[in-house]
Design a protein around this ligand. Structure first.
Ligand code: CA
Length: 253
């Protein structure tokens, strides 16, 4: 625990690059989404999420999580952007799961189950993951990806809005991965606190804190005496130039 505290005992400063480059990163994603949505609406192509599932069904090796991740990454690099945590930040997430020794993990935002597979594949045998996803279609695709990866054991995927589902959760968590709607990061973290769902020493791992300029969230975890918080600069998923970062905060209460 001491080494954990030492690693995270400094309040990080705001990253320098929340500016033009970050804005351009969001703009380029919005542009890709508009093109993709046009192609889908005009029935020129299937929604990209269904294309990915088709590829995973066709090409993945059953019960091999890495083969599922590889197919999803290849699609995002070569074809169209996917809002997964991606291969580089994904390694940071896996390391954090292992370093924290977490037994009861909560994931906010599942999308295609990419980060879910990385978390489940890094879990100890006696640990479990609860994932919350608001979009039924994404949840269905994620469930099948997770099943093909052979990781459905120790996993509970709940469909609904996070603020509703959090109020129904019972056991406190020692690790929370936040990667859902960006305007819900702070309110859902506060809700978890109010509901007594954070164990002392819980790790909170928040993705995309630079890409979406999450100043309110960062101000809160960096200035509150209830947290020790550390910023790790990264690139945006599947990008070689757009800045992003993750914030890892430890709940001290
Ligand atoms: Ca993300």
């Amino acid at each position: 625990m001491n080494s954990t505290k030492n690693k995270l005992n400094k309040k990080s400063k705001m990253p320098f690059n929340i500016n033009r480059k970050s804005f351009l990163g969001v703009l380029s994603l919005a542009y890709q989404e508009i093109i993709d949505s046009f192609l889908t609406k005009t029935k020129i192509k299937k929604p990209k999420e269904e294309e990915v599932l088709d590829l995973v069904r066709l090409k993945a090796t059953k019960n091999d999580p890495k083969s599922v991740l590889k197919i999803i990454d290849a699609y995002a690099y070569r074809k169209t952007f996917l809002m997964n945590i991606g291969d580089q930040k994904g390694l940071l997430l896996e390391k954090a799961i292992k370093d924290s020794n977490a037994k009861n993990i909560l994931e906010l935002g599942v999308y295609l189950g990419y980060s879910t597979i990385r978390i489940l594949n890094s879990l100890r045998e006696d640990s479990k993951l609860t994932s919350l996803e608001a979009n039924e279609k994404f949840a269905r695709i994620a469930k099948e990806h997770i099943s093909i990866a052979g990781l459905s054991k120790n996993h509970d995927l709940k469909i609904g809005t996070s603020s509703n589902l959090i109020t129904e959760l019972k056991e406190p968590f020692d690790f929370v991965f936040i990667d859902h709607w960006k305007d819900l990061y702070l309110s859902d973290l506060k809700l978890l606190e109010t509901m007594g769902l954070l164990k002392k020493g819980a790790w909170i791992f928040a993705d995309n804190v630079v890409l979406f300029n999450l100043e309110d969230y960062l101000d809160y975890v960096r200035t509150s005496s209830d947290y020790s918080s550390k910023f790790i600069p990264t690139l945006r998923e599947y990008s070689k130039s757009h800045p992003d970062g993750v914030e890892i905060s430890i709940y001290k209460l």
